[in-house]
Ligand binder design. Sequence first.
Ligand SMILES: [Zn+2]
Length: 370
Amino acid sequence: MPPHSTAWISALISATDDDNITPRVRCSESATLLLLQKAPEPFTRQADLAERDFRAAHDLPLTKLRSNSIADGFRPCTEPVLNVLVARMTVPGGPWPGHYGLESIVFRSRPAAMPTYFPPHSGQMMLMFGDMVAASRAYREGAGAVLFPEQLSVTIRPAHQSFGVVFLSRLQTLLRPVVPLLEPGTLGDDPDLLRLRREAFLAHERGHLQGMALETVLPTRSKRLAAVISELHADLDALLMLLSTSTEHALAVASVLVADRVMREAWLLRPHAQVDAIAARHLLGLLSRAGAIVLTDEGRVALDLLRSRACLTEEWERVRALEQDCVREGVAPARDYLQTSGWEIIGSSCHREITSPLGQFLACSAVRRQ
Ligand SMILES: [Zn+2]
């Protein structure tokens, strides 16, 4: 990379971190905007797009910046060209859950493709796999591993999903500490974690493509509950697809999907405000009831996912019908479904403590990892 590009990237990341310390600064006077105006090649086109959002907010404070242009028009370039995305957004798994801050991320990306053993799917996949080169604090210090338009603060929701980036090596790093908690052999004798995590993510994405993308259909204020239902649909669809493929490898992929969800994401900070954590706790409840996840006497987590097939199929049918109801009636059916399943909903936050021995064990393990 030319030295002037490296210097510009470091200056941009510092400027964004500084701007987040003074969120009342006007968009027109922010240090990040100054850097965007000086962007070198190959960043000029993506920097211009971000600059358009800053210009639209002009004299308003940074907290009022809306990243409509990025949400609508950002298209990642394929490697070796670098990308820069600058937007106000929330970072799932970040250190400030539910908080929208200014973020700058520089990354490489390449198109993702479904494994050939997955059945054909409906819908067009926009997903790219990315490698992070540099990022502002919420990404650097948190567990942020994805970049989707739904994370952005916008006034106009784009009619289509313009991009989706997954930082796979980050997901693998996050997964690694939970693997020793699984009963030995759950993922095979010498698991290729990166491959298993990649395919688990793709199975989940395939599940999204088969669903209604409720969070893009319903009004912004009901976004969190709608997104929880979409996540559940994607997980259930992915698990059932993998279980019906019924090879040892597909079962290991399903186990990774479950392990990362219920052993890591269920215990993210402020879980009541994080869609991934809420969906994860819900899935943990379903699998526990089916006896498909248990704590062994040796203090390991044992998975017997084939056992959960009937229960997951029943829930998948329920969630699919629920999505249709939500499209017709708004988010009320989703709220009813979650409340009936034992969630306490305050505003759009979903609260549920998991007091079983398995829950306590997973909670303690999560605390030790922090
Ligand atoms: Zn998802």
